[in-house]
Design a protein around this ligand. Structure first.
Ligand code: BEZ
Length: 193
């Protein structure tokens, strides 16, 4: 699959008759929502794990030195915490453009606490997309993130802001916090040189 997903996403008609749609954010939109929204609520989805497995050559890296950003991978029993935004359908054109580097819309159930849920959307970058970086150890991911920067800023800033936002949400995301720990150690070692 081509990394440019704009035309595939624009063909999705599932929510065509809806005035507003819930979008579940699990990455940068947890700490930076650069779009209008009607409502914002802490939420979670089941059966998906957040992983720094998507390459970024257009936001937090370059073609020569790609960064890594998060995507979701299916995992039985996993719970992924994030923020849900209630948005109008026009906002999707903006998100499709911003996330054109491999992210496809998918319909999913979004949970608000234990008792409430709604059908909504996630954007995921699966292993079929050409920018998929795939699994690596948390240390190797931290090394790659430490080196990368792109038009949206340093890759390390993305990681640190995401980790901070997850802490504020009370989410214990071992993968993200392990990468953060390695990155901070790498930065301490670089400063001591
Ligand atoms: C996010 O949750 O930050 C996200 C939203 C749209 C596409 C990719 C990630």
């Amino acid at each position: 699959m081509s990394a440019n997903t704009i035309s595939i996403n624009s063909q999705m008609s599932h929510f065509d008759s809806h005035d507003s749609v819930w979008l579940f954010g699990y990455g940068s939109i947890i700490f930076k929502a650069d779009f209008p929204f009607l409502e914002r609520r802490p939420a979670h989805i089941n059966g998906w794990a957040r992983r720094f497995w998507q390459g970024s050559h257009d936001h937090r890296g370059t073609v020569e030195a790609p960064g890594r950003v998060v995507t979701l991978v299916p995992q039985e029993g996993a719970v992924c915490a994030g923020i849900a935004y209630l948005i109008t359908p026009e906002v999707f054109a903006h998100l499709d453009h911003r996330e054109k580097n491999g992210y496809l819309r998918l319909v999913t159930e979004i949970h608000f606490g234990e008792a409430e849920k709604a059908e909504g959307l996630i954007y995921i970058a699966s292993e079929e997309n050409t920018a998929f970086a795939g699994p690596a150890s948390e240390l190797d991911i931290a090394r790659q993130i430490a080196r990368a920067a792109g038009p949206s800023g340093r890759n390390s800033e993305y990681l640190l802001l995401l980790a901070q936002a997850l802490r504020e949400l009370g989410s214990d995301d071992a993968h993200v916090f392990e990468i953060e720990k390695h990155l901070l150690q790498l930065e301490r070692e670089a400063a001591a040189r």
